[in-house]
Design a protein around this ligand. Structure first.
Ligand code: PLP
Length: 343
């Protein structure tokens, strides 16, 4: 996005990747955007001195002191937040006021001022001495046939803010990837694409965009079983084989963040005889349990206790696992549980 500054979105613990690694990996960004003051604090403690944007602004009036101490900028999306900011501006003793990204609801209907409310919100904050920028969020940047379209939302946005000073911030990952030729904004807000997953939930959609999964979730085989025709596997005996098969038991379950609703046939990457890079996809068989999944390795005779497994990552994008499980990469990445060791 030539000419645009970048808010790197690191909410939800940097989409499950950890604030500290995200700071290392994204240290050349123009700013970080997140929701949680604890995460803003972590960025400051790790040495980030640049801008931080609170994407949902203040949740309570008293948060204003932490936010200003941490030199956070604020999205403002409702009139309560304006009341609090007016009070801050009256009470301030020369302290830096946060910069504001005023959020317009252009059809997403989640957060923001309607076009009818927008100018009043702008003028109140302007009168209170705040530096203002304009922002909206797209509902359908990963679709071509749904309304409101990116074009409709952008047009409403620009109409409504006409004549009001301030920089703009529009695009999320999907708009950056698929609408960059029509949508310009001074600040873009990429999230999921920074981590190498697809905004649409389909890895094929980003495979030519030179984005690689940043996270690999590894485990290993902790047991194998030889099953006879008619044997079943795991809770509820969901999978029953009608031929002899060999299965591997892998240490990873829903307590690690693996989706419990993953059906039989969900892909798992099992290392080949020379390691992970010579591995291949095997298929899950049987119900995901708290600490284990079970995978058919009948045609991988070298598999034994200790064989490495990539649950998702470099060889098997998380988007593909997510798709098999009826969800999107975002959810799997964010859901990796605290007990999983991070490197
Ligand atoms: C999460 C979020 C983003 C980033 O979205 P991606 O789809 O991950 O790129 C951008 N803007 C806002 C307001 C968000 O909440």
């Amino acid at each position: 996005m030539p000419g645009s500054k970048v808010w790197s979105v690191v909410k939800a613990n940097a989409y499950g990747h950890g604030i500290e690694p995200a700071l290392k990996g994204l240290s050349l960004t123009d700013g970080f955007a997140l929701l949680d003051l604890a995460e803003a604090k972590a960025l400051r403690e790790k040495g980030w001195t640049g801008p931080i944007l609170l994407l949902e602004g203040l949740f309570a009036q008293e948060d204003i002191f932490t936010a200003t101490d941490l030199r956070c900028d604020c999205v403002v999306h409702d009139f309560n937040q304006i009341d609090w900011l007016e009070a801050l501006s009256e009470a301030r003793s020369g302290a830096r006021l946060p910069h504001i990204f005023l959020k317009m609801n252009t059809g997403m209907n989640r957060l923001g001022f309607t076009p009818e409310q927008y100018r009043e919100a702008y003028h109140r904050l302007h009168a209170a001495g705040y530096e203002l920028n304009h922002m909206t969020h797209f509902a359908n940047a990963d679709y071509i046939d749904r309304t409101p379209s990116v074009d409709q939302q952008a047009e409403l946005f620009h109409q409504t803010r006409e004549g009001l000073a301030g920089a703009t911030s529009l695009s999320n990952s999907a708009a950056i990837l698929w609408h960059h030729h029509v949508i310009y904004s001074d600040w873009v807000r990429p999230g999921i694409m920074l981590y190498g997953a697809s905004p649409s939930g389909r890895y094929e959609d980003i495979k030519d965009a030179q984005l690689k999964p940043a996270m690999s979730l590894h485990s290993e085989v902790i047991a194998t079983q030889n099953l006879e025709a008619g044997d079943s596997i795991g809770y509820g005996s969901r999978y029953r084989t009608d031929v002899p098969i060999r299965i591997a038991i892998i240490a990873c379950g829903y307590a690690d963040g693996y989706p419990r609703h993953a059906p039989d046939g969900t892909p798992v990457w099992i290392a080949g005889a020379e390691g992970l890079s010579s591995g291949k996809i095997c298929l899950m068989t049987g119900q995901v349990s708290m600490d284990m999944i079970t995978v058919d390795v009948t045609d991988m005779p070298h598999v034994q206790v200790g064989t490495k497994v990539e649950v998702w990552g470099k060889h098997l994008p998380g988007d593909k696992v997510a798709q098999a499980a009826g969800t999107i990469g975002y959810e799997l990445l964010c859901a990796v549980a605290p007990r999983v060791r991070r490197q």
